[in-house]
Design a protein around this ligand. Structure first.
Ligand SMILES: [Fe+2]
Length: 204
């Protein structure tokens, strides 16, 4: 039942030059691993807890570390080596249902990037920027969550980690440069698969 750190679907240097090898290595092996370890500890304590008070006391740890594990697991798959440096298909949005939905909701991919980056850069403190499907309207929307809160109001299509540990070693305080760069390594094929599942899903 224990949660485990999922392997990266590419090498630690695969997202260079947009996300450095050092960041990827620390982010995956240290930060994400810490959420997994702490989530397992909190789940084990919860299983042993015998009173409501003991269980309530574990809620914050479960939410924080469980959210951290969910968000990072999604984030790694959300990225891919960049086509801009002939390493892969990252950053390329091909014709298809996702491109059509982005153009319908935002006018263009560039407009989506602008809105996403402005909204995400505006997060106070740590959090996540999201492109998600509104489950009621099935329309794509940009939204954010604080801390390690997972996205529950929408079906996540693309999530970007805006914690300092995700960019500071390379971009220092210039969050907007990190946000501009990350679009070069967004895995739009994964995003499209999530989108198609979301709009066709009865779970919505
Ligand atoms: Fe992170």
């Amino acid at each position: 039942m224990s949660n485990t750190l999922p392997p990266l679907p590419y090498g630690y240097d695969a997202l260079e030059p947009y996300i450095s090898t050092e960041i990827m290595t620390l982010h995956h092996t240290k930060h994400h691993q810490t959420y997994v370890t702490a989530l397992n500890a909190a789940e084990a304590s919860y299983a042993k807890a015998s009173t409501p008070k003991e269980r309530i006391a574990l809620q914050a740890a479960l939410k924080f570390n469980g959210g951290g594990h969910i968000n990072h697991s999604l984030f790694w798959k959300n990225l891919a080596p960049s086509a801009a440096v002939n390493k892969g298909t990252g950053g390329v949005l091909k014709d298809g249902p996702l491109k059509a939905a982005i153009e319908k909701a935002f006018g263009s991919l560039d407009n989506l990037k602008k809105q996403f980056n402005t909204t995400t850069a505006g997060i106070q403190g740590s959090g996540w920027g999201w492109l998600g499907v509104n489950p009621t309207t099935k329309v794509l929307e940009v939204t954010t969550t604080a801390n390690q809160d997972p996205l529950l109001t929408h079906v996540p299509i693309i999530g970007v980690d805006i914690w300092e540990h995700a960019f500071y070693l390379q971009y220092k305080n210039v969050k907007v440069d990190y946000l501009a760069a990350i679009w070069n390594v967004i895995n739009f094929e994964e995003a499209e698969a999530r989108y198609v599942e979301a709009v066709g899903s009865s779970k919505l």
